[in-house]
Design a protein around this ligand. Structure first.
Ligand code: HEC
Length: 245
């Protein structure tokens, strides 16, 4: 015990005393300073590689290289294969001729399926009904209260309007309808067009199969009658339906 004290005490005293320095601004002896003094690294500054490894000359050159630069004008963001269709710039100018050209050439990159139609319906109900009306007859509040006159019905005057023209109008605006390019992403514009195509056909949502694909109108009745027979609860409707077919 005595020997331990003889060795430990002076060692402890030596450590404590050497940790103290007279300079008031000095933190004294620090044990593992990296642990509590992290380097103040700035964003977008390239500090280069360790000079010890690559040499001071290389490291200095690296330190003078900005790590982040603005993309050159005209750069197209690349967001992977699926997103590419929605990242490209719109190639049709805001002229009547280009409107016609878009009508002929431009087609939707989206599949007509339940997910896209329903997404389009949500956009439509939030952004378009105030003018176009819930059913797309041109009788939204802003139309009936007289603020915006002459909004055409999708199922009537616009029944055969091609999707390319719709997209052009959504992007640039037309007549009293302003551009919606800043409010709707390219995907949302194509989605709402999927729903307008439903409104062009009277507004009845199509039936969807188990993959979410619309069932062509002719096949819908057969599809319905099949499950209707066993599912009908000793019901008159089921029997009546079977009798009809
Ligand atoms: C401020 C009222 C207003 C809003 C909001 C509005 N529209 Fe329109 N829309 C109009 C008017 C007015 C026209 C007729 C433009 C013309 O032909 O002069 C029109 C025309 C259209 C056409 C036919 C374009 C063509 O090429 O003939 C489509 C498609 C359309 N709108 C879709 C939409 C969709 C989708 C939305 C919601 C994202 C929307 N509109 C929001 C007023 C509006």
């Amino acid at each position: 015990m005595k020997t331990a004290q003889k060795i430990l005490l002076p060692t402890f005293a030596a450590v404590v005393l050497t940790a103290c320095v007279t300079d008031a601004n000095s933190p004294g002896l620090e044990y593992m300073p990296d642990m509590y003094r992290s380097p103040a690294v700035e964003a977008y500054v390239d500090y280069g590689q360790e000079p010890y490894e690559v040499g001071e000359e290389v490291a200095r050159a690296q330190r003078n290289t900005p790590s982040s630069r603005k993309p050159v004008p005209g750069t197209i963001p690349f967001r992977g294969e699926d997103e590419l269709a929605f990242a490209l710039p719109y190639p049709y100018a805001q002229t009547p001729e280009e409107y016609e050209r878009a009508g002929v050439e431009l087609t939707s990159p989206l599949v007509t399926n339940q997910a896209n139609i329903e997404a389009g319906q949500r956009v439509y109900e939030a952004m378009c009904t105030q003018c176009h009306g819930v059913e797309g007859k041109g009788d939204g509040a802003l139309s009936t209260n007289g603020h915006i006159a002459g909004i055409p019905s999708y199922a009537d005057k616009l029944k055969d309007l091609p999707e390319g023209k719709m997209y052009h109008t959504l992007t640039w605006g037309k007549g009293l309808m302003g551009s919606h390019a800043s409010q709707l992403s390219q995907r949302q514009r194509w989605e709402v067009i999927e729903y307008i195509k439903v409104l062009q056909n009277g507004g009845e949502m199509p039936e969807f199969d188990e993959n979410g694909m619309p069932v062509p109108a002719g096949e819908v009745e057969q599809e319905e009658s099949k499950p209707a027979a066993p599912a009908a609860p000793a019901g008159m409707e089921g029997m009546a339906m079977n009798a009809q077919h």
